[in-house]
Design a protein around this ligand. Sequence first.
Ligand SMILES: Nc1ncnc2c1ncn2[C@@H]1O[C@H](COP(=O)(O)OP(=O)(O)OP(=O)(O)O)[C@@H](O)[C@H]1O
Ligand SMILES: [Mg+2]
Length: 506
Amino acid sequence: MTTNPQPLLKVDGVTKRYGATLALNSVHFDLYAGEIHALMGENGAGKSTLMKILAGNEHRDAGRILLDGQEIEIRSPQEARAHGIAIIHQELNTVPTMTVAENLALGREPKGQFGVLDRRAMTRAAREKLQRIGSQIDPRRPLGDLTVGLQQMVEIARAISEEARILVLDEPTAALSRGEAVSLYRILNEMRSAGVGLIYISHRMEEVWDLADRVTVLRDGTYVDTKQKSDIRPPDVVRMMVGRSVDDLYHHEQRTPGEVVLDVRDLSGAEVGPASLQVRGGEVVCLAGLIGSGRTELARLIFGADKSESGEVLINGAAANSASPRAGIAAGIAMVPESRKEQALFLEHTVEDNIAISSLDRHSRLGVLDRPGIRQSVKKGMERLRLRLNAAQLPVSALSGGNQQKAALARWLMRESEVLILDEPTRGVDIGAKSEIYQLINELASRGKAILVVSSDLPEAIGISDRILVMRAGRVVAEMAADSATEEDVMFHATGTAATDNEGSR
Ligand SMILES: Nc1ncnc2c1ncn2[C@@H]1O[C@H](COP(=O)(O)OP(=O)(O)OP(=O)(O)O)[C@@H](O)[C@H]1O
Ligand SMILES: [Mg+2]
């Protein structure tokens, strides 16, 4: 890698402005064939913007891009593909009704006699492409029916079939099961050996440390540094990203839980239950388990986002009518859902309105909105989550992925509900903001709130909670005190066997 003096790709002084925001300020970056180069930085640092420029989805205002030492223009996604640049975007934008085969053939559909689409040939070609990455996905299935992980596999199969020389992955594992992530790592390592240059964006440090050869850090749209992984340690990268070191990430304090606030009795839905659990005031309980074990489904039943078939939910001893989210909210439950799409952020509305919306009733008297009060409390929420205040009047669509997540969190945290359900609250969030979110969870618990967190991040689950409930196949199968639990214990119960990656995700 280092013996080849010429990088495959060179980004030289690239600048990109969105209105008043300088998303990239004369950024440098280079990529060699046969390396995995991690691109790191806080939410909003400019990582996705740089990748969108390479993919032809955005255009730079200044700077040069060189491929094999030759300056190139990337005016459209088609041009990027023609240059051998493939990208798996942070938010997958798939057409759900399109089949896998159609997706793989996009732009080069085989035509039979009279120009009619040859479906059989298309399916056969798709199957071959998928087999190259060891995937058995049925090409006739609609793309939208596949898990995010499998959709990504389809994208990778396409990149490989197009003989991409550069593959960009923007937070590919944020929504992957462990099994899916493991097969992704294997394929990426194979691509590296085959001489592809890979750019890998992730907020998961362990993953970066497993995969990457080099790390480049951006901060606030500026280039900070590039290091060989072997020359640094993870805390060095954190300092480069955040500008300070983050000690005591989880902020967990000893608390004495009070009375039972959330009492779930034999609750069951289509795929989960019957499940019973209790969360006391001042207690943080974590639902752990594999993707697909029913954690999100159970959380949604408790909140009332899905209708339960039997069982009941009590809040402070009184039956909460959890027939709908509205009823859940009225009963004192707030929930931050897992997927950003579902968080019902109003993308074209301002960040301020989005954050304020769920607590408008708390800020109005006799039907009149207390605008200054709202402003004040939105400002507080934004500051706490390290969202830049000048973003308050921007549409949510202008925020980076992780910052959208923070806006969704701020919205519910502002409401100060008795029971707070957080489904994967730190997914896609940078380490500085994670630390703030953990501290907030701690403060809310100290003020007597009952908090239920769904987390796939085992160190996080163990680090922030008082008790861990492990789910498997729709049931709560184990309970453990967080201060004595280990990751192995949790995995043991989650899989029902010794820790392996046998989720059978396909
Ligand atoms: N369409 C847009 N309009 C206005 N501002 C934008 C737009 N897209 C991105 N930005 C701004 O550009 C900056 C960089 O955003 P970018 O999405 O590149 O961050 P990121 O490093 O990928 O963050 P994350 O880790 O959260 O995904 C942010 O301040 C963001 O708000
Ligand atoms: Mg991004």
